[in-house]
Ligand binder design. Structure first.
Ligand code: ADP
Ligand code: TRP
Length: 330
């Protein structure tokens, strides 16, 4: 088997990815397909905590598959698959649950946030146990690195904690400790209101949305009210922060000079940012639209991906079942 390190990540199927998803996770994960054995999956089990509609679930899975392909995932190199095509992740989730303290899960961000909103009794057990399923997702593939945005670091720490507890409980190195791979410059991409870009804040820029919508989102970026003629500080503006993440060095320097010189309003800066985004993403938008139509092809990619990871799952599951004294001896 290949000696390359393994990169693994998952993404919940929640519709059109925003710039934070793309720059923080999707782009970096896809780049790693060059150097790593890359395994990426659609987290449909995780989505089940909120999506209770089978038609919608399938549609969301096809959409995210088409997005990854449009963004450059090469199915010949990277395996892209459905989380639920590997049902053993649910089995390993149970095994990890039995070495995981309630206290650890009570500290998880998503659960704490729900509790702070007073929803403790209404949230389902899947939300509470979300980090255990995520740990299982990672550990079941003997993953080395996990490319994610900075909001997932806590989950990676919990994953390592669970692997260590499992290894200690059964006295052996059964599960490999993975590492988060977070790109510093895009760890937290700002949204149009300057806070972290996130679906839950509705402050999105969706690079694959139709041009008109993309332009509207860019135009809505919040800026201060410095008059057009006055020089402005490029280090204190979300438009520049975003431009720095997508433009090349010369273009960035030009925008910074324009800010300092004055006579260059936020409207101009936003127009430049929009044009840059549209230039980068419009070919991918077209590719997405074509791919999205071909569900048979998307299904084939997902099946092929699941087949690729299957031998590793069998190996790891055999190891952990033996460690715990579960299942028949063959
Ligand atoms: P959201 O916060 O919009 O619900 P998700 O939690 O579905 O996004 O995130 C999917 C992936 O994108 C994760 O790996 C996450 O770390 C990354 N990500 C999400 N928002 C950002 C952001 N603003 N900056 C960088 N990475 C992000
Ligand atoms: N929790 C991740 C998110 O909300 C999605 C996810 C599920 C994941 N399982 C994973 C990410 C395993 C990396 C590895 O974005």
């Amino acid at each position: 088997m290949s000696k390359r390190k393994r990169s693994l990540s998952g993404i919940k199927p929640t519709g059109n990815p925003h710039l934070g998803n793309y720059l923080g996770m999707i782009g970096p994960a896809i780049e790693l397909q060059e150097e790593y054995d890359a395994f990426y999956f659609v987290a449909d089990y995780h989505a089940l905590t909120t999506v209770k509609d089978p038609v919608k679930m399938r549609r969301l899975v096809y959409e995210i598959t088409a997005y990854f392909l449009a963004f450059g995932l090469d199915p010949e190199r990277a395996a892209f698959f459905r989380q639920s095509d590997i049902p053993e992740v649910a089995e390993l989730t149970w095994m990890l649950s039995c070495v995981t303290h309630m206290g650890l899960l009570e500290r998880a961000h998503a659960y704490k946030a729900a509790k702070d909103r007073g929803e403790e009794k209404e949230i389902n057990h899947g939300v509470f146990t979300y980090p255990v399923l995520m740990a299982s997702d990672i550990l079941i593939y003997d993953s080395d690195v996990v490319p994610v945005g900075s909001d997932q670091i806590q989950h990676l720490e919990m994953t390592r904690d669970m692997a260590q507890r499992f290894n200690r409980a059964f006295d052996g190195e059964y599960l490999k400790l993975p590492e988060a791979k977070v790109r510093k410059e895009v760890a937290t991409v700002p949204g149009i209101d300057g806070r972290k870009m996130s679906k839950s804040y509705g402050n999105l820029i969706e690079p694959l949305a139709p041009s008109k919508k993309l332009r509207k989102q860019v135009m809505q970026i919040e800026t201060d009210s410095t008059p057009l003629e006055e020089p402005q500080d490029p280090d204190d503006c979300t438009v520049v922060d975003l431009y720095r993440l997508v433009a090349d060095a010369d273009e960035i320097a030009e925008m910074e000079d324009n800010y300092r010189a004055g006579g260059y309003g936020y409207g101009h800066a936003k127009q430049d940012l929009f044009e840059k985004l549209d230039q980068i993403f419009s070919p991918r938008r077209e590719k997405y639209e074509a791919l999205r139509e071909d569900e048979a092809y998307l299904e084939k990619i997902l099946a092929q991906g699941a087949d690729r990871v299957r031998p590793i799952v069998d190996e790891v599951m055999e190891r952990v079942r033996r460690a715990a004294g579960l299942g028949r001896i063959i």
